[in-house]
Design a protein around this ligand. Structure first.
Ligand code: LMR
Length: 396
């Protein structure tokens, strides 16, 4: 039966974890996967999460099935966070939100739903994009093409190229957009550029799918989420996938959501009914624990304030590490303008190193980054910075 099964390549991101774990170099540093670790190099358990879990453990509940679309209080909390609890679209019942298995799960639900709705559409992702975007939409049956995004020469965004591609795309084309903290480049559109993108999406009849996996890691929770409100104000129907893996440090709990904005409450009810069929045929209904934690934190004012503080702490430390990386690279003798490192937002820095250089970083120095040149600055700390900077200098 399996004689013809070929060995699949390692996952470009998660496969690095496997390689990292097997590496015996005592000085190894994992800057591959997008995971935040503190200055001691430890994965944090947020205090707000521990407090919510303590509260939950004091009133232990039996584990029945959840509704197909997840915990109602969780879905409501996600809507409040992403769209604003008082927004007319929320109040008017125009948004369907379903709990999902992480942000990836949210994307997959949206992709499967869209495949039933727009079977002949093409999906556009940014060039470059998160490695899994292409594979995920292709596995849902879509052809996947790219729109220009990274401008290597100017260390920024090729916005004219991006807009031209969107303008040349037929109605119904699905456009995956990174709501904030672009993965992998760290370069985000300005407010004015988002307005232009939204105008084109509207004029061309494109279907926007916002991937929001890093809300709160750029400029702040509200600031990073502002683009979603722009899409709402434009009166568009669109998709948003949400992840709490990073913002709650709940990677292994797989807590995410998919929200779909419709034109009317009646339309929204039909959309949700179809979305539930997608969920039912994929994994029936979602798990309880992580979503219950997030719902408890978001809906308990003291815990919510604690979370916002802890998220701000992670964001600020990443910014410190960006500045420190610039200083260490300069001290190591790297020439040129390194200010792009502090202009980039979120967990990643797109270093400009090529695949051969990234492989040398791994094999000679035990420093793991993605072959695209992406390094996770959220995993830098005062203990590993110098070694990382020296290694980067050595492979340049
Ligand atoms: C990443 O880009 O490193 C994260 O989103 C983790 C993942 O699933 O790839």
């Amino acid at each position: 039966l399996f004689a013809s099964v070929e060995m699949a390549p390692r996952d470009p991101i998660l496969g690095l974890n496997e390689q990292f774990n097997a590496d015996t170099n005592p000085n190894k540093v994992n800057l591959g996967v997008g995971v935040y670790t503190d200055d001691q190099g430890k994965l944090p358990l947020l205090k707000c999460v521990a407090a919510a879990e303590k509260q939950m453990s004091e009133t232990l509940k039996p584990r029945g099935y959840l509704p197909i679309d997840g915990i109602a209080a969780y879905d409501k909390a996600v809507q409040g966070l992403v769209f604003g609890a008082e927004h007319p679209a929320v109040k008017g019942g125009r948004i369907a939100t379903a709990q999902a298995i992480g942000g990836t799960g949210g994307l997959k639900l949206g992709a499967d739903f869209l495949k039933r709705l727009q079977p002949n559409a093409t999906v556009l992702i940014s060039d470059p994009s998160w490695e899994n975007h292409r594979a995920l939409f292709e596995s849902a049956g879509f052809p996947v093409d790219t729109y220009p995004y990274y401008d290597a020469a100017n260390r920024g965004i090729n916005f004219d190229g991006m807009l031209a591609k969107l303008k040349a795309s037929p109605a119904g084309t699905i456009v995956v957009l990174h709501a904030c903290c672009h993965n992998p480049t760290g370069y985000d559109l300005t407010d004015a550029q988002w307005d232009e993108v939204i105008n084109v999406v509207k004029a061309q009849g494109l279907v926007a799918f916002l991937d929001m996996a890093y809300q709160g890691f750029g400029n702040g929770i509200a600031e990073d989420g502002a683009v979603v409100l722009k899409f709402l104000e434009a009166g568009l129907s669109f998709f948003v996938s949400t992840s709490f893996s990073k913002s709650f440090s709940l990677y292994g709990e797989r807590v995410g959501a998919l929200s779909i904005v419709s034109e009317t409450a009646e339309e929204c009810a039909r959309v949700l009914s179809q979305l539930k069929r997608v969920i039912r045929t994929n994994y029936s209904n979602p798990p309880t624990h992580g979503a219950q934690v997030v719902a408890t934190v978001l809906s308990t004012p003291e815990l919510r304030a604690m979370w916002e503080d802890e998220l701000a702490g992670m964001r600020d430390r990443i910014k410190l590490m960006r500045t420190a990386l610039v200083n260490e690279l300069t001290a190591a003798g790297v020439q040129g303008d390194l200010s792009y490192i502090t202009r980039q937002k979120g967990m990643f820095s797109y270093s400009g190193l090529n695949a051969a250089q990234m492989q040398r970083l791994r094999s000679e120095f035990g420093i793991y980054g993605v072959d695209s040149g992406r390094i996770c600055v959220a995993a830098l700390n005062t203990g590993n910075l110098k070694a990382v900077a020296a290694a980067i200098k050595a492979v340049m």
